[in-house]
Design a protein around this ligand. Structure first.
Ligand code: HEC
Ligand code: HEC
Ligand code: HEC
Ligand code: HEC
Length: 187
């Protein structure tokens, strides 16, 4: 075995390596741009496939749709990571949606959503649990420490009690708050 061969730059591999690096940089760049686009754009991208679902109307009717604060929280604010690399990974996982869109019978109908709501909701909740509801905390930055005085006493108490627990015993936002943007299925 010639150990030096491992370190010798071989023309073949360096081109391969360059290609790999090039593709990775290109893909990351592409998704980083996408993220910027999404951050500044509307929910249209999501609703292009979910167009017959009541999801957007539900958001608008919720506290996250405008109401008192006049803020309409966008789909991606809650559902996609803010970090471009994680965003890219989630997007690739989400791209199963493309496959589903093409293969699930009657997907883009309200009847399908009503029928599959529980299963879809549980799937969505998995993401929030896996990230300790990072998307929620991105906006709600003062839930655990330095809570505003205007917050309901009962809410403050619940949040404080939860925060006092060890990190791995703590509940995450969506464990207590379901249906903050959509109709959460009961039962
Ligand atoms: C290409 C069409 C398409 C687009 C675009 C799309 N979706 Fe979906 N979405 C689907 C399909 C199909 C399913 C059901 C997938 C399944 O059950 O296999 C789904 C399921 C979901 C679910 C529930 C299951 C899960 O993965 O958590 C959420 C949440 C969701 N979409 C959010 C979004 C958001 C947010 C956007 C915009 C960033 C979006 N979707 C864009 C087609 C799409
Ligand atoms: C883009 C910022 C943003 C994100 C992301 C976000 N929220 Fe909110 N949230 C708000 C705003 C703004 C309000 C309205 C505050 C008001 O009306 O005074 C609100 C209100 C709420 C309320 C009070 C609801 C009510 O009925 O009064 C709860 C509970 C809540 N959010 C939980 C969550 C949870 C859980 C998540 C993650 C799944 C989340 N939020 C994600 C900005 C956000
Ligand atoms: C252990 C359960 C629990 C956890 C975990 C929890 N909350 Fe709450 N939260 C409550 C309860 C109970 C209330 C008061 C009842 C209500 O208004 O829905 C509340 C109220 C709120 C309110 C409304 C406050 C007001 O004065 O109107 C917001 C906003 C909120 N929570 C956000 C969050 C966010 C974001 C997280 C995650 C960082 C979180 N909560 C984690 C139980 C919890
Ligand atoms: C404030 C955060 C928030 C916003 C904004 C939001 N979602 Fe969700 N979404 C959730 C949470 C949390 C769940 C998990 C189920 C639940 O608690 O209702 C969920 C569940 C879903 C599901 C699974 C089916 C269901 O109804 O539970 C789909 C599909 C979905 N969201 C799509 C969207 C689309 C499309 C938009 C934009 C029009 C959007 N969401 C906006 C937080 C949000």
């Amino acid at each position: 075995m010639n150990w030096r061969a491992l370190f010798k730059p071989s023309a073949k591999y360096s081109i391969l390596a360059l290609l790999v690096v090039g593709v990775v940089v290109g893909v990351v760049g592409y998704f980083a741009t996408q993220q910027t686009l999404h951050a500044t754009s509307s929910d249209e991208f999501c609703m292009s496939c979910h167009s017959n679902h009541s999801l957007k109307d539900e958001v608008l009717a919720s506290a996250h749709g405008g109401g008192r604060a006049g803020v309409t929280v966008q789909c991606q604010d809650c559902h996609l990571p803010h970090n471009p690399i994680k965003y890219m990974i989630k997007k690739i996982i989400v791209s199963k949606d493309l496959y589903g869109f093409l293969t699930i019978d009657g997907f883009n109908t309200q009847a399908w959503l009503d029928e599959n709501r529980k299963e879809q909701a549980d799937h969505a909740l998995k993401y929030f649990r896996a990230t300790d509801s990072a998307n929620c905390q991105h906006c709600h930055t003062r839930i655990y420490e330095n809570q505003p005085d205007t917050m309901k006493k009962m809410a403050k108490r619940m949040h404080e009690r939860n925060f006092k627990k060890e990190a791995d015993k703590r509940k995450t936002c969506v464990d207590c708050h379901k249906g903050v943007a959509h109709v959460y299925p009961k039962g």
